[in-house]
Design a protein around this ligand. Sequence first.
Ligand SMILES: Cc1cc2nc3c(=O)[nH]c(=O)nc-3n(C[C@H](O)[C@H](O)[C@H](O)COP(=O)(O)OP(=O)(O)OC[C@H]3O[C@@H](n4cnc5c(N)ncnc54)[C@H](O)[C@@H]3O)c2cc1C
Length: 470
Amino acid sequence: MTSLSGKTDIDWDAFTAALAPVETITEPVLIKKRSRDFFWYSPILNDALKRCFGDLVVRPKTTEELARTLAVAYAHDAPITIRGGGTGNYGQAVPMDGGLIVETTALNQVIEIGEGYVTAQAGALLADINAALAPHGAELAMFPSTQDIATIGGFVAGGSAGIGSVANGALRDPGNILSLTAMTVTDTPELRRFDGADALHIHHAWGLNGVIAEVTLRTVKRYDWVGGMATFDSYEDGYAAGYAIAQAETIHAKLLTTVDARICAYFPKLEGHIRAGKHLLVTMIRPHDVDPLRTLITQMGGHVDLMLTDEERAALKLPHVFDFSYNHTTLQVLKADRKATYQQVGCPIPPDAKAIADVRPHLGDDVWMHHEFARVGGEIVTFDLPIIWFQSPERLAEINITYEAHGFTVYDAHTWNVEGGGLKPDYTHLAWKKRMDPKGLLNAAKSRFWDDVKHLDPDEIEAKGHSNAG
Ligand SMILES: Cc1cc2nc3c(=O)[nH]c(=O)nc-3n(C[C@H](O)[C@H](O)[C@H](O)COP(=O)(O)OP(=O)(O)OC[C@H]3O[C@@H](n4cnc5c(N)ncnc54)[C@H](O)[C@@H]3O)c2cc1C
């Protein structure tokens, strides 16, 4: 078998034979499919990554098979990309140097459910974990809107927050990732356990710093959440209402999202259910909080369009409210028009409707706001994930500058390297890459700094820390 990626000179037939009996996928069309994630949200990433393919897909079913796979890869110096559901947005699961794609979805057992925690294998789907938790009266503290196809390992390695974060914080907040075990890429792969804050060395490292085998996440009490949609004449009023709800002691929200009216025009499934031409506030709240929520929305100048239990929603054949939140909002628009893209923007803290109103006129008609409310480090924060009608990289840069000039922080969604997004800005995390993956086989090309430090030992990399990065 020749190299599909054109980037390796490994004998892939011999490699496949050495892996047996571990399941492999060799059909080029399937390998190409598994070489992609949702990077196409960004025209910039689409241009950069659409021709990057792996050479072979492996689907280990046990931890032993995973260890065998990594040992064979180590022996052949094969580049390795770990893949869960492939729903990441920045080409996180794209094999930059070709090589092996290790798909984790057959490692999918829920191992243990206890008071306040669940332990699952890395390839378990988040929706399956939530289903397993439900009879225990529990649910994950947060999950991404992609829970039906995203894995727990992919969420911890690539995600940051989700539905539930307005109550329970970001993944990186203390107590949310309780522990994980990750496998080394060495001659004899070993499992290493990372507890508490140590798990952050592997969290959001995009699969570069070890292969997550198991994760223990925090769980919380499960409620029969009520999904709401309220509409407002002005975007700022909807945003101010979102902030008021996030602060209200009588309302316990799991999701708070505001969406510009122009984006709502791309939600055909909500047609006739929400007022046309109005700005939207999406909510998920506990059942007992419906009355205070209705009162607050009315006081803040809004109109309650929908307030549904899950049974009522299903009877109306409406999607979950979270299908209009996080990057699903972007997806609704992209379904209709691939010229749309988005950005990730941190807003001034504490949330300030006036700051939102001030920047809006400067952004131009090609930027349509969409905010998520979350708690990070205990503080209520908001992120703008605006729809941007893409014109050129230059115009995108101009939009970023406009946001920054008004006190907002851009976490660039159009970068394919792990240091570009903001959570791993310097060399420090690469000390863990060196410890877990001394040959740098785990998709090293996704690190902007790996080549600078790969010759150093882990402690030297750690000492370098923040120093020369940037
Ligand atoms: C419509 C849409 C909505 C989204 N909403 C959210 C959201 O609400 N919150 C959020 O945080 N993200 C969100 N995302 C991004 C993404 O869905 C999540 O991060 C998701 O949890 C990724 O899981 P996955 O199994 O698809 O991971 P993949 O895309 O397969 O992988 C993600 C990264 O993790 C690495 N990885 C995967 N498994 C392992 C492992 N076992 N060990 C080491 N590394 C591994 C991969 O190499 C890759 O770098 C969204 C994306 C889309 C397209």
